[in-house]
Design a protein around this ligand. Structure first.
Ligand SMILES: NC(=O)c1ccc[n+]([C@@H]2O[C@H](COP(=O)([O-])OP(=O)(O)OC[C@H]3O[C@@H](n4cnc5c(N)ncnc54)[C@H](O)[C@@H]3O)[C@@H](O)[C@H]2O)c1
Length: 424
């Protein structure tokens, strides 16, 4: 407890707190499942005294998660999981109104970003929460002394899960981590519907472009790509999908999208959106064939999906034309517009996922933290799925909050479905 109280905080301006508080309360309205969990946590205090360091996007929804964990008895410290995604008023309110130590400033540079992660680790966490695995990576590479005290962690996103699985494969992951991303109630709603809507929201806020009639190229037809393609079509775009997986590419074709290699799509696209978790998906050869005026954005986790050094190498210069829009002038006079410095555009230029979507992820997060606290000591040092009961509880609570019911199997149906001798 004393550890938390001694900690300093680093936010942009504590004076922004009252605006942050109102917005945190607005988000809370749209997070009915987390509210139900918070109510139980307040009563049962399942996290009493547990020290949690949470490296997450510092948004109104994350604030509600941190408050829920705190109300469950935990001592929570928050730092940013992306230098551009912090909402400074929320960071201020977390500190001023909710007394949750927070280290996050929108636009912080690389060194400040990592100094904030180290500051959050001074909390000596028993549970880690990550969105992209930067906290766990820092522990394993720079703060190994903390490892014996850690019961386990959670990871929010695809890219983090991939990094953690490769750590586990190499035997360097030294505590269990639950992959929130892999819960059905997470990726179905968050990656597909959340990223789908908020990525286009970010692009529209940054550019004010009319999407109808444009050729929108979506790189990657995974959970996120499907959502973005679906919503871009809904706004009237001609959507082209690029993929490296034949099955995903086939699915895109069957869903009614044009599929082609990026080398061909590069010549056609008006807007390019990468959502692959991969690197250099848009690179020199593609920039060279793009139309003048092409807009490029990334909504995958890291800003490596667009090869920005290659774009800079091809350019005579760049200038900021609008908030979150940089104009690169290529040597032949063509102009290419990079949004949000190639970072997650839904967070860099919009507000990330709507609260109703984060409600699902963060319900899984809070119940998984409770699970780790109860079971972490007995779990293998690898990446674990969210237990099916948690996933189903979250889906059930969400349906209940929407006033919808479902059927239950009759005894006869259960017997039929569970027996190989039935149905003959
Ligand atoms: N913006 C957000 O708010 C948000 C939310 C969730 C996840 N993410 C991130 O988005 C990325 C994608 O997540 P996902 O859940 O859709 O992953 P996914 O694994 O379901 O899909 C990724 C797809 O990209 C394809 N791909 C890989 N390399 C490619 C390439 N060079 N060209 C074309 N396609 C390629 C893969 O075949 C796969 O189908 C990850 O980095 C994830 O962390 C972002």
């Amino acid at each position: 407890m004393a550890t938390t109280e001694r900690l300093a905080c680093d936010v942009k301006d504590p004076g922004l707190a009252s605006k942050g508080k109102t917005r945190i309360e607005w988000a809370e309205q749209w997070m009915p499942v987390l509210r139900l969990i918070r109510k139980r946590f307040e009563k049962e205090r399942p996290l009493e005294g547990v020290r949690i360091s949470a490296c997450l996007h510092v948004t109104t929804e994350t604030a509600n998660l941190a408050i829920t964990l705190r109300d469950g008895g935990a001592k929570v410290v928050v730092c940013a999981s992306n230098p551009l995604s912090t909402q400074d008023d929320v960071a201020a309110s977390l500190v001023q109104d909710y007394h949750i130590p927070t280290f996050a400033i929108k636009g912080e540079d690389h060194d400040t970003y990592y100094s904030h992660i180290l500051a959050a680790l001074e909390h000596n966490p028993q549970v880690t929460m990550d969105d992209g695995a930067d906290l766990v990576t820092t522990i394993l590479t720079k703060q190994a002394a903390l490892i014996p005290g850690i019961i386990g962690g959670t990871e929010e996103t695809t890219t983090g899960v991939i990094r953690l699985r490769s750590m586990a494969k190499d035997g360097v992951l030294k505590f269990p981590v639950v992959a929130i991303n892999d819960a059905d109630t997470k990726h179905l709603l968050d990656n597909r519907y959340g990223t789908g809507q908020s990525t286009l929201d970010g692009i529209i806020r940054a550019t004010n472009l009319l999407i109808a009639g444009l050729h929108v190229v979506v790189a990657g037809y995974g959970w996120c790509g499907r959502g973005v393609a679906m919503r871009a079509r809904g706004l009237g775009a001609d959507v082209i999908v690029t993929e490296v997986s034949p099955t995903r590419a086939l699915e895109a074709v069957m869903d009614g999208f044009r599929v082609m290699p990026m080398a061909d799509a590069a010549k056609i696209g008006d807007i390019f959106i990468t959502l692959t978790g991969d690197k250099a998906v848009l690179r020199e050869e593609h920039f060279k064939s793009m139309k003048s005026g092409a807009v490029i954005a990334n909504s995958g986790h890291f800003n490596v999906e667009i090869d920005i050094p290659a774009l800079e190498g091809l350019s005579l210069g760049k200038r900021q034309t609008r908030d979150s829009v940089e104009e690169y002038t290529l040597r032949d006079g063509r102009r290419v517009y990079l949004l949000g410095e190639g970072r997650l555009i839904n967070l860099a230029a919009a507000e990330g996922h709507p609260a109703a979507v984060m409600d699902m992820s963060f319900a899984n997060q809070s119940l998984s933290v409770e699970y780790i606290v109860k079971n972490g000591k007995t779990l293998e040092h690898k990446v674990h799925p969210v237990p099916a009961e948690i996933d189903q509880t979250v889906a059930r609570l969400k349906l209940e909050s929407m006033g919808m019911g479902i059927d239950t199997l009759t005894q006869e149906q259960e017997t039929y479905l569970n027996s190989w001798s039935e149905g003959t």
